[in-house]
Write a protein that binds this ligand. Structure first.
Ligand SMILES: [Fe+2]
Ligand SMILES: [Fe+2]
Length: 176
């Protein structure tokens, strides 16, 4: 397995961990608005910065482009399907942001559950299909070079300080 796909798989594990916590929050007995406000405020920040900008950014701007160069179609096929799901995920994040602003927690939880379902299936497809293709098509040396680009991308979208903030947030959620 190449270094670049391994990095993305590791990020999938972090996203899956956050989705597990989300599931616990949706099912929790706690209906306190302050509790939902704090959690969703941080959770949406995590989705926007880490899941979308950092992780989907690495996929869209770097890995998927490499796969297209290697001959996968850019529309239709697995890359197109993954891009469509990223777009759908962004729509859900926008809806969640609106529901949070309007303090509509029932609707917020419903969209969050849909987002979670989408991402679970999405990650399963990437890990099980797309990254398997990637490991066949892209050599170890090329994956090392892609990983270098990932590091630069990560530095641009989330510096060191933000990384620590994200980790501290996830630890905080586990406690509640
Ligand atoms: Fe993706
Ligand atoms: Fe992914």
């Amino acid at each position: 397995m190449g270094k670049a796909t391994q990095d993305l798989r590791n990020e999938h594990d972090s996203i899956l961990h956050s989705l597990q916590i989300l599931d616990d929050i949706i099912k929790s007995e706690n209906k306190d608005p302050a509790f939902f406000n704090q959690f969703y405020d941080e959770f949406l920040y995590f989705l926007k910065i880490f899941a979308d900008k950092c992780h989907h950014g690495k996929e869209e701007n770097i890995l998927f482009k490499e796969l297209i160069k290697k001959g996968l179609p850019d529309e239709g096929g697995p890359v197109g399907a993954m891009l469509q799901e990223h777009t759908q995920g962004r729509e859900y994040i926008a809806q969640m942001t609106t529901h949070l602003e309007q303090q509509q927690f029932g609707k917020l939880n419903d969209v969050a559950a849909q987002y979670r379902e989408l991402m679970l299936r999405h990650i399963e497809k990437e890990n099980g299909v797309l990254f398997v293709f990637a490991d066949r098509l892209i050599s170890e040396e090329e994956q090392d070079a892609l990983f270098e680009q990932f590091e630069q991308h990560e530095e641009q979208v989330i510096g060191q300080g933000v990384h620590e903030k994200l980790h501290a947030m996830i630890e905080g959620w586990q406690k509640i």
